[in-house]
Design a protein around this ligand. Structure first.
Ligand code: G1P
Length: 296
């Protein structure tokens, strides 16, 4: 067991084109789609901050300026709300700009998640770091990322988060072949495959959008050619690390059984919005009453 360098950096890839949400995302980043009253990306930034990560790097691209604006101050709006005495909205507006500082780097070309993570190399340097994908929202009552960071510190390797999915769903994810480790609540990842064809998945354990990576992944990503969908896949780089020896090798998995909301496609997004809205004290009960009537 090695105690690694403490983890302070979070990389948040947000350069995707959002094609699954067209035309809504024609002129607006998919990360800005509201989940109740906050853009989806804010939940992810809040999770990173809650997990103790203090150095946030967002990987953006063309047409993503509203992401930077959202996490910036807005003095004109703040003054107007202050004059009106609208403290709740003022707090909400200021909160988004108090999560940072957030650093930004552009991906330039949408060449895949692996390539997006590689864009973080200079900023991250030679330290383990977290990666949070905006399509997955983890309930704020969960401690998934903290657990994963502990596993990284303990093992010195890279850590992924896995969920059990129905076998019919595996082709939408990266999938892992794992072995239990006696006495531990995390598992060893033997191999990984990105978006396996139907019927070929090594298990029904699917990779979700939280990673804690050893910086050795950068060197591997540099050597990783296009994979599934013609893109440079983070899963392929992790497969290489799972199969290598030496410092920074080894991939471990935390099997997550808690509450997660997928916002990556239209139907899951709608379910996420309704689930989170139904839990809001201000209007959750009204919404549920309305839904019962609506359904019948
Ligand atoms: C990415 C990863 C995939 C993972 C998924 C989780 O895929 O490549 O391994 O299972 O995120 O959300 P994407 O959904 O970006 O196609």
């Amino acid at each position: 067991m090695t105690m690694g360098k403490p983890i302070t950096k979070a990389v948040i890839p947000a350069a995707g084109l959002g094609t699954r949400f067209l035309p809504a995302t024609k002129a607006m980043p998919k990360e800005m789609l509201p989940v109740v009253d906050r853009p989806a990306i804010q939940y992810v930034v809040e999770e990173a901050v809650k997990s103790g990560l203090t150095d946030l790097l967002m990987i953006t691209g063309r047409n993503k300026r509203s992401l930077e604006d959202h996490f910036d101050r807005e003095p004109g709006l703040e003054r107007a709300l202050e004059l009106k005495g609208d403290k709740d909205r003022l707090d909400a507006v200021q909160h988004a700009s108090q999560l940072g500082p957030i650093h930004y780097v552009r991906q330039g070309e949408a060449k895949g998640l692996g390539h997006a993570v590689l864009c973080a190399r200079q900023h991250v340097g030679n330290e383990p770091f977290a990666v949070l994908l905006g399509d997955d929202l983890i309930d704020e009552s969960e401690n998934l990322l903290t657990t994963m960071m502990e596993v990284q510190q303990k093992t010195g390797g890279s850590v992924i988060a896995l969920i059990e999915v129905d076998p019919s769903q595996t082709s939408a994810y990266g999938c892992a072949d794992i072995t239990a480790i006696e006495g531990e609540d995390y598992v060893r990842v033997n191999s990984l495959v990105e978006k396996p064809a139907a019927g070929t998945a090594p298990s029904n354990l699917a990779v979700i959008g939280r990673y804690v990576l050893h910086p050795r992944v950068f060197g591997v990503l540099e050597e990783t050619g296009p994979g599934s969908g013609g893109e440079i896949q983070l899963t392929d780089a992790l497969q290489t690390l799972a199969a290598s020896d030496g410092e920074g090798s080894g991939v471990y998995g935390v099997v997550f059984k808690g509450r997660r909301y997928d916002t990556g496609d239209k139907l899951s997004y709608l379910k996420a919005v309704i689930t989170l809205a139904s839990e809001r004290v201000e209007f959750g009960e009204d919404l549920k009453t309305w839904m019962k009537g609506f359904v019948s």
